[in-house]
Write a new protein. Structure first.
Lengths: 155, 294
């Protein structure tokens, strides 16, 4: 089937999509957007977190056909040209990236948190990131990055 | 495989009548896992996310009707005051991403014994609304679950909503798992106090082939509260009553040993969860404030 979807503000379409395919597969393998990562394929790890109509979801659990005529924003759509989003910048500055695999999902989850709650406390940050696993276990730096991003946005 | 995108319930029911083998999908948090892992290859998917009437909740007097495709996040956000037990259980589902997509209708459709909202629906005397091209019917929650991942839903039917009365007293939900997020319950428990009916609702999850009402515990506690005049006096519950309640809840279960825990552990944990949850609920009934953290 053909799927028409707006991705990062651009109308895109994918052909020959298998009906049981996930949004994640469409993004990575058909639309050339490998930012969202494919790991657990069961919603456990959050590495594939993207916005669907402005709500963060696991792209691996969204059926391709469900995004027809809807809007998806991936980690690739956060930066403004060459200028990183404050959350991305904070991840770099805080050293919150080790192997980098979980980073895109965490960046989207943190981005969503700061839109909803500009100066979150630690329990709020932990809760917002509870669906994202970092197997390098670099969580402390990730928390630092979110605090830093909140401070940057508030500045 | 086909992918059907009905925009009205009537259209979806017509499709299901013609092709009962279509698998309904809403949040996809169960269905997509089965597809991703090649555990299931249905001939077609019936996407319910385009049907506006399934994605709404409404209040009819004191009864809340929650559409089958309302995600957990909306229940937590919108219904925490009127359906505190359902909101608490919804709050423990998966992660923020999962709660943004997963639905009570999906929890019911999957009918896993570990589904988080089941004990709350039973304790709160919820009714499951289902519909087919033949008509609609209502199934009491405790008659909905028939076995491990089996329910009273007929192949041509779709779950359309759950109905439950707004809380008239404290409600609690608690579950055991290895962390707060992304946990399939080792066991879970829900209690609802219904002071206007002098009744207590109690149910266990993840501790039997189906979620199950703890009838003996309900009868025991309802009788104790009434005979000792505690509903009105709101005095502290005797320890012996809380303990006996916990024992009776544990006896309602018939758990198994599996990777998440042993049967013996589940029985023990249920007795503890029940005693504590009752304590929290009773403290709220006595005016001691609402404790939400399990």
């Amino acid at each position: 089937m053909r799927v028409n979807v707006t991705v990062n503000g651009e109308a895109r379409s994918a052909d020959d999509v298998w009906e049981g395919e996930s949004l994640l597969y469409v993004l990575r393998e058909r639309l050339g957007l490998p930012g969202a990562k494919n790991a657990c394929e069961q919603g456990e790890c959050g590495s594939c977190t993207v916005y669907l109509d402005d709500v963060p979801v696991c792209a691996c659990l969204v059926a391709a056909g469900q995004v027809q005529d809807r809007e998806v924003r991936t980690v690739e759509g956060l930066a403004d040209g060459e200028t990183l989003d404050p959350v991305q910048e904070a991840f770099v500055q805080a050293g919150a990236v080790q192997c980098g695999f979980c980073t895109p999902g965490l960046v989207v989850a943190a981005h969503d948190l700061l839109r909803r709650s500009p100066s979150p406390d630690d329990p709020e940050i932990r809760e917002a990131l509870a669906g994202n696993l970092c197997r390098c276990t670099g969580y402390e730096k990730i928390l630092d990055a979110v605090r830093l991003a909140a401070a940057k946005r508030g500045a | 495989m086909d992918f059907l995108r009905p925009t009205t319930l009537a259209e979806a029911l017509a499709a299901k009548a013609e092709r009962p083998d279509l698998v309904p999908i809403a949040g996809g948090t169960d269905v997509m896992v089965e597809l991703n892992f090649d555990h299931r290859r249905p001939p077609g998917l019936l996407d319910l996310t385009g049907i506006a009437e399934l994605a709404r909740w409404s209040a009819d007097g004191d009864v809340l009707r929650v559409g089958a495709a309302v995600p957990y996040a909306r229940i937590v956000q919108d219904l925490g005051d009127r359906l505190p037990g359902l909101a608490m259980a919804s709050r423990t589902v998966g992660s923020p991403q999962i709660r943004n997509r997963g639905t009570v209708g999906g929890n019911l459709g999957s009918a896993s014994p570990a589904g988080d909202t089941h004990p709350v629906l039973i304790a709160g005397d919820a009714v499951v609304e289902v519909a087919s091209a033949r008509g609609a019917r209502s199934i009491p929650a405790d008659e909905f679950y028939l076995g491990v991942k089996r329910s009273a839903l007929e192949p041509d039917e779709l779950i359309t909503a759950v109905r439950l009365a707004a809380a008239t007293g404290p409600q609690q939900f608690a579950k055991v798992g290895t962390r707060n997020a992304m946990v399939i319950a080792v066991c879970s428990f829900a209690v609802s106090l219904h002071p206007e009916r002098l009744r207590v609702g109690a149910a266990v999850g993840s501790a039997a082939p189906t979620p199950r009402r703890a009838s003996a515990a309900e009868e025991f506690l309802s009788a104790e509260l009434t005979s000792a005049g505690l509903w009105e006096s709101r005095e502290p519950l005797p320890d012996s009553v809380q303990r006996r309640f916990g024992e009776l809840v544990a006896e309602a279960a018939s758990p198994i040993d599996d990777v998440r825990g042993s049967a013996a552990y589940r029985r023990h944990a249920l007795a503890v969860l029940a005693r504590r949850s009752l304590g929290w609920a009773w403290r709220e009934h006595s005016g001691g404030g609402n404790e939400r953290c399990a």
